[in-house]
Design a protein around this ligand. Structure first.
Ligand SMILES: [Cu+2]
Length: 493
């Protein structure tokens, strides 16, 4: 695809500018699509919050995943036609791993399409990483085996076949991975029924189907749904007592960003993110969570009265796009018991050694501003790139030396869309953010594998590459952008 074939978004985001004399293209677009640079605004429809929250079953390991078409989830007390990792379930089991543990998981693909499994956040060998070109054919299987090297953290797994990741995740394929270690155990954080795992995902529901047929606008903005699910349940509630809870959140949505807050206006503590515990708790009133990012929170319900209802909200925010325009409720907590609680949040959680920039041996800059549209196959579609390049499995875009440290910049300075940038194979630290929010966010003060780069922002991350050689991808975790090619390959040599 040639550079001058792009129809580019204007920097102001108000209109499209045609470059290279292809002005005839727009008129050949489907007439029922109004093209707007902001994408389509898909307002959330709140439910009645009268379905109890449920949790996927917890497995230690050695559980075969069988991606398949099945019935699962709960939408207004009906199950949906979904893709599941087992029969009768929208999300796969939550895997509970311990640092240092060997894992083998057989994935038997019972879908009619190719699929695979990526272990998002775990640093596994290139061959086991479930990369976009490492596919499991329909009716075939692959045995993933690796050792869990991570410190305690919340990761997740999902399919990653290039061009079909977004649809397969939207249809239901995802699951959590919880890694524990001695350092975290020693903190005696709230556990048992006082540790709650929440997978937040928006979906478009049509009848008993999760519909997925993105328009060009959906590709530009990312595909968003009107119905917000938690753990596969639309508009759920969960009963709590008046104590402190550890609430662990995954934004497992294709594209929607959530501005999380509590309806009682109380602050809460962020104690961890993608790569595990922070060094110290960060008290916030709200936090912006992009697709693929995780949060580890301490929420204190003490002082509430019996039958109080507290909602987890997404507040408005300014993304300059169709996102963030609406405040909506995600789920309800209902106080059903008055109890007291002896837990005291430690002021020191973990030792995070901040990597000094002086140890970096190379800097690389990635322009993620330059998104456009192009015409091929008879219709207009998005064309998301990094440094003007689209994903090509046969091309290695960057080569880094093993056991070295580098600084990478994701530059969305001229961009008009948010991009949650994710690297496979590593965890990194956020050095700084200039433009936009202009600051490292509270949950970005530890280890991360996905960083939200909002319009007009430039974010620098410092990355220690390990001894794990081979090729890996890095990409935007807005899954429509990713499928559209906003993904490159790097090789550790
Ligand atoms: Cu993106």
């Amino acid at each position: 695809m040639k550079r001058n074939q792009f129809i580019k978004l204007s920097a102001a985001g108000a209109a499209y500018t045609l470059i290279g004399g292809y002005s005839g293209l727009l008129s050949s677009c489907s007439k029922d699509e109004n093209i707007t640079s902001a994408g389509d605004y898909i307002p959330v429809t709140e439910g009645s919050f009268n379905t109890p929250l449920a949790f996927p079953k917890v497995m230690q390991s050695n559980f075969a995943l069988t991606p398949q078409l099945t019935a699962g989830g709960n939408f207004k007390n009906n199950s949906l036609s979904v893709y599941g990792y087992e029969a009768g379930s929208i999300l796969g089991p939550t895997f509970q791993f311990t640092k240092g543990q060997p894992v083998s998981i057989n994935v038997q693909n019972q879908l009619s399409d190719v699929s695979n499994v990526h272990w998002h956040g775990l640093s596994v060998p290139s061959m086991m990483d479930g990369q976009p070109h490492q596919l499991i054919q329909s009716g075939s299987f692959f045995l993933y085996s690796y050792t869990v090297n991570e410190r305690a953290t919340l990761c997740w797994y999902h399919p990653h076949p290039h061009g079909d990741t977004a649809r397969q995740v939207m249809k239901g394929l995802a699951g959590l991975i919880v890694v524990t270690d001695d350092e975290e155990n020693a903190l005696n954080l709230p556990g048992g029924d006082r540790e709650i795992f929440l997978v937040i995902q928006d979906k478009r529901i049509s009848g008993n189907e999760i519909s997925y047929s993105p328009t060009m606008n959906d590709v530009m903005t990312g595909f968003m749904g009107e119905s917000v699910f938690v753990n596969g349940i639309y508009a759920p509630y969960h009963e709590v007592s008046t104590v402190q809870y550890r609430i662990r959140v995954l934004n497992g949505s294709n594209a929607r960003i959530y501005h999380l807050a509590l309806s009682n206006g109380k602050s809460f503590a962020v104690i961890g993110s993608d790569g595990g515990l922070l060094s110290t708790p960060q008290t916030v009133n709200s936090i912006l969570l992009g697709p693929g990012e995780r949060l580890d929170l301490i929420v204190d319900f003490s002082g509430q009265n019996l039958n109080d209802e507290i909602f987890l909200l997404s507040k408005t925010f300014d993304a300059g796009t169709a996102q963030g325009l609406q405040e909506f409720r995600i789920m309800k907590f209902v106080v059903n018991k008055i109890e007291s609680d002896s837990f005291q949040l430690p002021s020191a959680l973990s030792l995070i050694t901040l990597l000094p920039e002086s140890q970096s041996v190379a800097s690389r800059n990635f322009d993620i501003s330059n998104q456009g549209m192009n015409m091929s196959g008879g219709h207009m579609h998005g064309s998301h790139t990094i440094n003007d390049l689209s994903y090509d499995e046969s091309r290695i875009d960057e080569t880094v030396a093993k056991n070295t440290i580098e600084v990478w910049t994701f530059d969305n300075g001229q961009g008009t869309e948010p991009h949650p940038m994710h690297l496979h194979g590593v965890q990194f630290q956020v050095l700084d953010r200039t433009g936009g929010r202009n600051a490292v966010q509270p949950h970005e003060t530890g280890w991360k594998d996905t960083v939200l780069v909002m319009p007009y922002e430039k974010v620098r991350v410092i990355i220690p590459f390990g001894a794990n050689t081979g090729s890996f991808v890095f990409h935007c975790h807005n899954l429509e952008h990713e499928d559209d090619g906003m993904m490159l390959q790097y090789e550790i040599t």
